[in-house]
Design a protein around this ligand. Structure first.
Ligand code: SF4
Length: 382
């Protein structure tokens, strides 16, 4: 089996009781069947507590005041202290590792919903590379796994990750071209012309084509009023999401008020200042794009929708850009790395830890004209 992971993977180490926002609060933690069985057999006083503090119907740990029943006052886990790490359920053992499984390939990333991971990702200006390792394991065969499509998706993703990290071009062009490429690629997937994806990659790799595409994108710079109306509408779409953190909807409302109520000329002037003054602005957007593309793009092998995966990366990056800018304005034109980390991990928790939210976002991106390529170009280019 091939295991693929980002180069920062091994830098992660849980900060446990020093964590600024433990992962054992704020959301339900599901328990797998094997662990439930093991917990049902633990003896003694702790065994009794374990059984009482599990919702057996829901297969999850009970919560007290939105905190896992086993998270103690020192923010340490009582299961860990009483039974050791091997007693963890799959969710607790893996988190913040995120695993995507494909035939004979396992991709492991780290979820940005963990503040320590967000800090690792945003705290470095190095380009991200990905490591492939072979691991001895029995050959896997998935029913109806389209290996040919997967192979092309992987080629396309390698191209996209390289493009998104090509700092010779401005980040807005890189994102615009990545979106345009995936749009064209999706047409080939839809028309069953998957074999043509190689040619498409070659075409997009040609420098003269990049210049041509940049020229086309130039027409979308400074769309003023149209841009803030679209961006506001895209932000409003977040209201359809399930709420995990009760404070999140208020933050979205506040960001919209801060950014869009004073008109496009004001917004544009603030944006220019934000872009110039924010620490490593293009690298920040690059990191976010690379994170979402690496994590989700390969999943298109299961639903043949690479374009929505790319749109999700773009929309998430734009949401985070806007929330950071709103925060910067409210904070007297200051935005520190810890504040960026906080915005990113909170967003990731709302989106990536709710299947409902992931599905809702994919559906609206696939179906609604608000999220057309033209509209995205308008809000990307500033
Ligand atoms: S959120 Fe991350 S750093 Fe914090 S307790 Fe969980 S795994 Fe550890």
């Amino acid at each position: 089996m091939q295991i693929t992971y980002p180069d920062y993977y091994k830098k992660f180490s849980c900060t446990a009781d020093k964590c600024i926002d433990t992962c054992c609060a704020g959301w339900g933690i599901g328990i797998d069947n094997n662990t439930l069985y093991r917990y049902s057999r633990v003896k003694g006083t702790f065994g009794n507590r374990l059984r009482q503090e599990i919702d057996w119907q829901d297969k999850s740990f009970r919560q007290h005041g939105k905190r896992c029943a086993f998270l103690n006052n020192q923010n340490l886990c009582d299961i860990y202290t009483n039974l050791g790490e091997e007693a963890f359920c799959t969710t607790c053992r893996r988190y913040p590792r995120h695993i995507e499984e494909f035939e004979n390939i396992r991709e492991i990333s780290l979820s940005m919903s963990c503040p320590e991971v967000a800090q690792i990702i945003l705290g470095s200006s190095e380009k991200i590379t990905f490591i492939d390792k072979e691991k001895e394991s029995p050959e896997e065969t998935y029913e109806e796994f389209d290996f040919f499509l997967f192979d092309k998706l992987m080629d396309a993703r390698s191209f996209l990750l390289e493009l998104l990290q090509n700092r010779a071009y401005s980040i807005e062009y890189r994102i615009g071209i990545a979106l345009g490429f995936t749009h064209d690629m999706q047409r080939r997937i839809r028309n069953q012309e998957i074999f043509e994806i190689d040619e498409l990659i070659e075409k997009y790799q040609a420098p003269h084509n990049t210049q041509r595409l940049m020229k086309r994108l130039e027409g979308y710079w400074n769309k003023g009023k149209e841009k803030i109306l679209l961006m506001d509408e895209m932000m409003e779409a977040w209201n359809r999401m399930e709420v995990l953190n009760a404070k999140f909807p208020k933050k979205v409302r506040e960001a919209r008020r801060t950014l869009y109520e004073r008109g496009n000329i004001w917004y544009q002037s603030q944006f220019q200042l934000f872009r110039e003054h924010i620490l490593n602005y293009p690298i920040l957007l690059e990191k976010l794009m690379v994170y979402f593309v690496f994590t989700y793009f390969g999943g298109a092998v299961y639903d043949e929708d690479a374009y929505s995966k790319m749109k999700m990366a773009v929309l998430s990056t734009l949401y985070l850009r806007e929330w950071m800018m709103a925060h910067w304005i409210k904070n007297g034109k200051q935005l520190t790395l810890p504040q960026m980390v906080e915005i990113c991990y909170q967003y990731s928790r709302e989106l990536e830890h709710s299947d409902f939210n992931l599905n809702t976002m994919e559906k609206m991106l696939a179906k609604e004209s608000l999220f057309s390529m033209k509209n995205f170009f308008t809000v990307i280019m500033n």
